[in-house]
Write a protein that binds this ligand. Structure first.
Ligand code: HEC
Ligand code: HEC
Ligand code: HEC
Ligand code: HEC
Ligand code: HEC
Length: 635
C-alpha cells in the first residue's frame, strides 16, 4: 500500500522528488527544464502575488485557538453510522466519504499542484488555501509543495474549519459575536468585500457554529453559536468561485500577467482570471432568485421541495440524530454531510492509496458515497428525444443549480453517444464512440459539453507553453470553449457579469437546455442515446503524468486512474427512440406530405454525405420498393 505523502519515510519521499527534479534540471532532458533555469518556475511569481483577503495564516496572530482535528468531533458526531443506526445522518461518516474530506489526499489534486508550482512560483499556496484550509491557516503552506503539511492537514476541508466560519459581510440575524471578528480583520486590512476565492473568515477562537438554535444543552468546551450563514450558499462561495490573482483584467476584457511580487491591484475576483464559477453560476440562476420547486428530485425530507441553496441539494435533509449522545433530539432535518458531486473514482483511489487507519474510510463508506454520486448525476438532467424532419433531436435539460457540468474545468466533460440500429437491430451508425479499454473518445461527430482553458500569445511568449488549449491551471488566461448547459434562470448579461458567459456556444436568455440534431441514416429503425459524464479524461491524466518534471505525483495519479478503471464514464441519461423511417417530416404520422417528399426525390440519391431519407432500403436510389415500404407504414 503506497501512501504518497505520509508514509513513515516521508522525508525520504520528498528527497526522492527532489532527486528526480535535480537530475532532470541538470541534464536538461525535459522540455520544461530547458525553458527555465534549473528548478525555476515558468513564471517567477512570489508569495505576494497570491495574496487574497480573509483570515491570514497564524503567523499574523489571526488564529488564536488551534483548528481541531476531526478526531475531536467524531467521538460524539461519529461512530453511530457504522453500526447501521443513523447511517445517513451521522456527520462524520458522510463527510469522510466526500471529496472535501479527501481534498488534500486527492492524487489528482496533488499532481495538479505540482504542475502549478512548476508553472508559477508559490502557486501551491493558493491551492493549499482551499484544499486544506487548516494547514494553510496554521502556517504550514510554505514551501508550497505541501512538504510541511502534517497530520490532520490531510483531512482537507474539515469540521472545525467549516464550523468556525464567520460571514464576512454583515447581515441581519448574524451572531453578535461576528462584529468583533470582522472589526479586527478590517483593522488588519484583510476584510473581504465579496464572497468567494478563498476569502474566508475564521472565528479566531473555537466555536461551534451551526444551523440549530434549539440545542438542549451544550456538551462542547466551546460555545455553540446559531449561525444563519451555515445554511447559506455564501458559505460555500468561499471556495466554489476560484480565480487566479496572478492575472489582471484589462480594459478590453482580456487577462494579462500583473507585476510580479505585488498583490493583485483590486483583489476583486472579477478582475482576476476566472477558473471556477459554480457559486456565481448559482447566484445568477432561478435557484438564488427565490428557489425552484423540484418535486423531490433533490433535498431529501425538505419540507417544501423548493430548492434554493447549495445545502438544499448537496446536504439533503434526513431523519436522525447528529450526535451519539443520549438526551438530544432526533430531528427530521439533519443536513446530511453528503457533499457529493461529479467525482466517480477519486474517493476509491484515496481509499486504496492510503491506510484506513488514516482516512477512516471503509468499503461501505466508499460504496455509499459512490452510489450517491451516481444518483446525483442521474438526477442532474433529463433527456428528450424527438424527430425533426430527417434528424433525431436530443435535448438535454439541466436541473442542477449551476452549469451542467460545473466546477473544475479540466478533464471533466459530458458527451452524447448516439447509436442507430436497422431493422435487424444491427448498429449502422454511431456518434461519440467511447472505447472503455483505451479511454479514447471520438469527439468530432458529437456534442461534448466542457470548458476548455488555454494561454494567449503573451503568456505563451513569457512561458514557452504553446499558445492555445492547455491544462496549465496556474498560467491559463483564456477561455476557448464553454458550452456547458446553463441553469434555470440563465441570462447572458447575468452570466457575462460574473465571467461565466458561454464561449463558442450560444444560449438564449432563459435557456437551460441544449439541442443536438443527428441525421438519421437510411434504414435506421431505432436509436439508443446516452448522456455520459466523465470525471477525468485520458488527455488530462496523461498531461498530469507527462508534464511533471518534479516528483512522482503525476505517475501516482495516472496509475490510480488506471487501477480504478480509467474514470469510466457514468450514465446520466439513457433513452431509446423508435424511428419510423417513412415519417420524413417527423410529425408522427406517415401521410401525404411524406408521400410528396418521396415522389419529389424519386431517382438516384445525391452524392454522399447529402442526406437521402426517402431511400428507405438504402440501395442508393428512391424507387418503387421505397414507395411500397412507405405505403406499408402509412398512418
Ligand atoms: C461531547 C460530545 C461532542 C463533541 C466532542 C463534539 N460535539 Fe458537537 N454537538 C454535540 C451535541 C450533543 C450537539 C447537539 C446536537 C443536537 O441538538 O442535535 C452538538 C452540536 C453541534 C453543532 C450544531 C450546532 C448548531 O447550533 O446547529 C455543531 C456545528 C457541532 N456540534 C460541531 C462540532 C465540532 C466541529 C466538533 C469537533 C471540533 C464537535 N462538535 C465535538 C456533541 C459533541
Ligand atoms: C478558492 C478555492 C480553491 C482554490 C484556490 C483551488 N481550488 Fe482546486 N478545487 C476547488 C473546488 C471547490 C474544487 C471542486 C470542484 C469540482 O468538484 O468540480 C476543486 C477541485 C480541484 C481538482 C479536481 C480534483 C479531482 O479529483 O478531480 C483539482 C485537480 C484541483 N482542484 C487543483 C487545484 C490546484 C492545482 C490549485 C492551485 C493552483 C487549486 N486547485 C486551487 C477549490 C479551490
Ligand atoms: C438544484 C440542486 C442543486 C443546487 C441548488 C446546487 N447544486 Fe451542485 N450539483 C447538483 C447536481 C445535480 C450535480 C451533479 C452534476 C454536475 O456534476 O454538475 C452537482 C454538482 C456539483 C459539483 C461537482 C461538479 C463536478 O462535476 O465536478 C459541485 C462542486 C457543486 N455541485 C457545488 C455546488 C455549490 C457550491 C452550490 C451552491 C452555490 C450548488 N452546487 C448548488 C445540484 C445542485
Ligand atoms: C464544508 C463545510 C462543512 C464541513 C467540512 C462539515 N460541516 Fe457540519 N455542517 C455544515 C453546514 C453548512 C451545516 C448546516 C447545513 C444546513 O443548514 O442545511 C452543517 C451542520 C452540522 C451539524 C448540525 C446538524 C447535525 O448533524 O446535527 C453538525 C452537528 C455538524 N455539521 C457537525 C460536523 C462535523 C462533526 C463535521 C466533521 C466530521 C462537519 N460537520 C463537517 C458544513 C460543514
Ligand atoms: C475551504 C474551502 C471549501 C468550502 C468552504 C466548501 N468547499 Fe466544497 N470543495 C472544496 C474543495 C477543495 C473541493 C474539491 C476536493 C477534491 O476534489 O479534491 C470541494 C468539492 C465539493 C464538491 C464536489 C465533490 C465532487 O464529487 O466533485 C461539492 C458538491 C462541494 N464541494 C459542495 C460544497 C458545499 C455545498 C459547500 C458549502 C456548504 C462547500 N462545498 C464548501 C472546498 C470547499
Amino acid at each position: 500500500m503506497i501512501n504518497p505523502r505520509r508514509s513513515g519515510s516521508s522525508a525520504a519521499w520528498w528527497l526522492l522528488g527532489c532527486g528526480v527534479l535535480c537530475a532532470l534540471a541538470a541534464g536538461g532532458v525535459h522540455v520544461h527544464a530547458q525553458l527555465r533555469g534549473p528548478m525555476g518556475p515558468l513564471v517567477d511569481t512570489k508569495l505576494k502575488d497570491f495574496f487574497l483577503p480573509g483570515t491570514q495564516p497564524d503567523l499574523t496572530g489571526d488564529v488564536l485557538d488551534p483548528i481541531f482535528a476531526p478526531s475531536n468531533c467524531t467521538g460524539c458526531h461519529g461512530g453511530f453510522g457504522d453500526f447501521g443506526i443513523d447511517l445517513d445522518a451521522e456527520p462524520a461518516r458522510n463527510w469522510r466519504g466526500s471529496m472535501m474530506a479527501q481534498s488534500m489526499r486527492d492524487p489528482v489534486f496533488q499532481a495538479a499542484m505540482t504542475i502549478a508550482n512548476q508553472d508559477a512560483g508559490f502557486a501551491g499556496d493558493l491551492c493549499i488555501r482551499c484544499h486544506t484550509p487548516a494547514g494553510w491557516l496554521e502556517g504550514r503552506s510554505v514551501p508550497t509543495d505541501g512538504s510541511l503539511l502534517e497530520g490532520a492537514d490531510f483531512d482537507g476541508v474539515s469540521c472545525n474549519f467549516c464550523h468556525r466560519l464567520v460571514d464576512p459581510i454583515p447581515a441581519p440575524g448574524n451572531p453578535t459575536e461576528d462584529a468583533m471578528v470582522l472589526a479586527d480583520l478590517a483593522t488588519a486590512g484583510h476584510l473581504p468585500t465579496e464572497y468567494g476565492n478563498a476569502g474566508y473568515v475564521l472565528d479566531p477562537t473555537d466555536s461551534r457554529r451551526g444551523p440549530f438554535d434549539d440545542v438542549p444543552f451544550n456538551p462542547h468546551g466551546a460555545e455553540i453559536i446559531p449561525s444563519p450563514f451555515h445554511s447559506s450558499s455564501n458559505l460555500c462561495a468561499s471556495c466554489h468561485d476560484v480565480s487566479n490573482p496572478v492575472f489582471e483584467r484589462q480594459p478590453d476584457g482580456t487577462y494579462a500577467l500583473g507585476d510580479l511580487d505585488k498583490k493583485h491591484m483590486t483583489l476583486n475576483k472579477a478582475d482576476m482570471f476566472p477558473v471556477e464559477r459554480t457559486f456565481s453560476e448559482w447566484a445568477q440562476s432561478a435557484f438564488a432568485a427565490g428557489g425552484v420547486q423540484m418535486n423531490g428530485r433533490f433535498g431529501g425530507n425538505h419540507p417544501t421541495g423548493v430548492m434554493e441553496s447549495c445545502q438544499d441539494c448537496h446536504m439533503p435533509d434526513v431523519q436522525g440524530k447528529g450526535c451519539i449522545l443520549n438526551g438530544f433530539p432526533e430531528r427530521p432535518n439533519i443536513p446530511q454531510h453528503a457533499f457529493n458531486g461529479g467525482n466517480t473514482w477519486v474517493l476509491s483511489a484515496v481509499h486504496s492509496l492510503y491506510p484506513d487507519t488514516e482516512t477512516k474510510l471503509t468499503d461501505s463508506i466508499v460504496a455509499d458515497a459512490n452510489a450517491r454520486v451516481a444518483e446525483l448525476l442521474a438526477s442532474a438532467s433529463d433527456m428528450e428525444l424527438s424527430r425533426v424532419g430527417s434528424d433525431l433531436r436530443v435535448r438535454i435539460i439541466n436541473y442542477s443549480g449551476h452549469k451542467l457540468p460545473t466546477g473544475y474545468p479540466e478533464g471533466r466533460r459530458m458527451w452524447l453517444n448516439v447509436k442507430f440500429f436497422d431493422l435487424m437491430d444491427l448498429m449502422i451508425g454511431e456518434h461519440g464512440a467511447y472505447d472503455f479499454g483505451t479511454a479514447a473518445l471520438t469527439t468530432g461527430d458529437t456534442k461534448v459539453y466542457e470548458a476548455k482553458l488555454g494561454v494567449d500569445a503573451a503568456v505563451s511568449m513569457a512561458t514557452g507553453v504553446p499558445e492555445g488549449e492547455s491544462f496549465h491551471f496556474a498560467i491559463n488566461n483564456v477561455i476557448l470553449k464553454d458550452n456547458r448547459i446553463p441553469p434555470m434562470g440563465f441570462t447572458n448579461a447575468g452570466f457575462e457579469s460574473v465571467q461565466a458567459a458561454p464561449v463558442a456556444a450560444t444560449y438564449v436568455d432563459g435557456q437551460f437546455w441544449d439541442d443536438t440534431d443527428y441525421p438519421i441514416p437510411a434504414g435506421a429503425r431505432r436509436a439508443e442515446v446516452t448522456l455520459y459524464y466523465q470525471t477525468t479524461s485520458r488527455e488530462y491524466i496523461e498531461f498530469l503524468r507527462d508534464a511533471n518534471t518534479t516528483d512522482s505525483t503525476g505517475m501516482i495519479a495516472y496509475n490510480a486512474w488506471v487501477a480504478q478503471g480509467k474514470s469510466a464514464p457514468a450514465v446520466m441519461d439513457q433513452g431509446d427512440f423508435q424511428i419510423n423511417p417513412a415519417d420524413f417530416n417527423g410529425d408522427g404520422v406517415v401521410g401525404s406530405i411524406d408521400l410528396a417528399t418521396l415522389i419529389g426525390s424519386w431517382g438516384p440519391c445525391p452524392p454522399a454525405p447529402a442526406p437521402c431519407p426517402a431511400d428507405l432500403d438504402g440501395d442508393g436510389a428512391v424507387g418503387a420498393a421505397d414507395l411500397a415500404t412507405l405505403i406499408g407504414l402509412w398512418g
